[in-house]
Write a protein that binds this ligand. Structure first.
Ligand SMILES: Nc1ncnc2c1ncn2[C@@H]1O[C@H](COP(=O)(O)OP(=O)(O)O)[C@@H](O)[C@H]1O
Ligand SMILES: N[C@@H](CCOP(=O)(O)O)C(=O)O
Length: 326
C-alpha cells in the first residue's frame, strides 16, 4: 500500500497547470512502495511519476535528494529526473504535501533474484558511486551507526515479544559492531543510495537476453557515507536465498562487477564483514521499530525483522571477506 494521500482530478489538473507537460491523459495510484504516495501519470509529453512525500521524509531534505538525482541523471545514471515546472522549480505542493514529478523509468524489478542480476547490479552501483563523486553537498546518514542505539532503545519495550531474548542479542551484537566500525576518514566516502534493494532496481533484457539495469529509483535514504557500506546493503538485500542461506555466487558476481569499475581498497575489503553486520542491523532495527511501534491499521507495510536477524547472525559467523565472495 503506498497511496496515503488521495489526489482528486481537479487538484491534479490545477497542479499540472504549472507545468509544460500538455494534457493529462491518465492517472493511477501505485500500490507498491512503503514511504510515499506514488502515482503514474501519462500526459501528452509522456509518462511520469508523481510523488507526494509523506511524513517520514523531512521536507527540508527534499532539495538535496532532488539535486542528487538531477546530478546523477546528468551523468548518465538511469534514475528519475525531477521535472521542473514553468517557474524552474521541481519541488512543489499538492494535497497538503510536498510533491514532485519525475521521469518514468522503464523496466521491472526482479521478483526472484538470479545470479545474472547481480553483475549488472554491481556495475550500476559502482557507476552511481563514481557519478556522485563531484556532488559536493553532504547529507549525513540519519540511519547510520549513531542512530542504531537510539533506535534499539525505542524497540526495547516490544522487542522480546517479537522473539524472546531478541533485545539482549541485539544489545550484544550492536556493541560488537560499533566497537569494530571503521572511522569515516579511513575508508572512501561519497554519495550512497543506502536502500538499493531489488524493488529499487529496474531491469530490461539486453540484446543477448541477459538482464541489464535500466534504472535505479527511491533515493530518499541516499546520504553521504562509506561507499563500501552501500555494497554491504546490497549483499544483505540481494545475496540470500529464501531459506536464509548466503548465495556466494551472487555475491561474487556483484563484487567482481563493482570492482571492475571501482576496485576496493585493502581497508574496504577488510571492513566488509563488519559493514555487512551493520547493514543487517540497520534494516533489522527499522523493521523491528515498524513492527513494534506501528498502531494497528496504520498505513505502513511492515516487513519481517527476523529475516535480518538471520542475516546478522550469518555475517557475525562469517570468516573474513573471502567467505562473503570477495
Ligand atoms: N521513476 C520511476 N519510474 C517508474 N516507476 C517508478 C518510478 N518511481 C517509482 N516507481 C514505481 O513506484 C513504486 C514505489 O516507488 P518507491 O520509490 O519505491 O516508493 P517508496 O518511497 O514509497 O518506497 C515502485 O515500485 C515503482 O513501481
Ligand atoms: N528496503 C527497506 C524498506 C524501505 O522500503 P522502500 O520501499 O522505500 O525501499 C526494507 O526492506 O526494510
Amino acid at each position: 500500500m503506498a497511496v496515503y494521500t488521495e489526489v482528486t482530478d481537479e487538484a491534479l489538473r490545477a497542479f499540472l497547470a504549472d507545468y509544460a507537460l500538455g494534457e493529462l491523459l491518465a492517472f493511477r495510484g501505485i500500490a507498491e512502495g512503503v514511504e510515499n504516495s506514488n502515482y503514474a501519470l501519462k500526459t501528452a509529453a509522456g509518462d511520469f511519476i508523481l510523488t507526494l512525500y509523506e511524513k517520514r521524509v523531512d521536507p527540508r531534505e527534499l532539495p538535496w535528494f532532488l539535486a542528487l538525482m538531477e546530478h546523477l541523471a546528468a551523468r548518465g545514471i538511469g534514475c528519475p529526473l525531477p521535472v521542473k515546472a514553468t517557474d524552474g522549480l521541481a519541488l512543489r505542493s499538492l494535497a497538503g504535501r510536498p510533491a514532485a514529478i519525475c521521469t518514468f523509468l522503464p523496466g521491472l524489478w526482479p521478483r526472484r533474484v538470479r545470479p545474472e542480476h547481480c553483475a549488472p547490479l554491481g556495475g550500476a552501483l559502482a557507476r552511481l558511486h563514481l557519478a556522485g563523486a563531484d556532488f559536493a553537498e553532504m547529507r549525513p546518514n540519519g540511519l547510520g551507526p549513531e542512530a542504531w542505539g537510539p533506535l534499539l532503545e525505542r524497540c526495547r519495550p516490544g522487542g522480546d515479544a517479537v522473539q524472546p531474548g531478541l533485545v539482549a542479542e541485539l544489545d550484544a551484537a550492536l556493541a560488537g559492531i560499533l566497537a569494530a566500525w571503521p572511522a569515516t576518514d579511513t575508508l572512501p566516502l561519497g554519495q550512497i543510495h543506502a536502500d538499493l534493494f531489488p524493488d529499487n532496481v529496474f531491469f530490461l533484457d539486453g540484446a543477448d537476453g541477459r538482464p541489464c539495469v535500466s534504472g535505479l529509483i527511491d533515493f530518499y535514504f541516499a546520504c553521504t557515507d562509506l561507499l563500501a557500506y552501500d555494497i554491504a546493503v546490497c549483499l544483505n538485500a540481494w545475496c540470500f536465498e529464501a531459506d536464509g542461506s548466503y548465495n556466494v555466487t551472487r555475491a561474487h558476481a556483484l563484487l567482481a562487477a563493482y570492482q571492475r569499475l571501482r576496485p576496493l581498497s585493502a581497508a574496504e575489503r577488510a571492513a566488509l564483514p563488519v559493514l555487512c553486520r551493520g547493514a543487517a542491523m540497520r534494516f533489522l532495527l527499522t523493521r523491528l521499530y515498524d513492527w513494534t511501534a506501528t498502531p494497528a491499521g496504520a498505513l505502513v507495510t511492515r516487513k519481517d525483522p527476523l529475516e535480518y536477524l538471520r542475516k546478522l547472525r550469518f555475517f557475525a559467523r562469517a570468516e573474513g571477506p573471502a567467505s562473503l565472495g570477495l
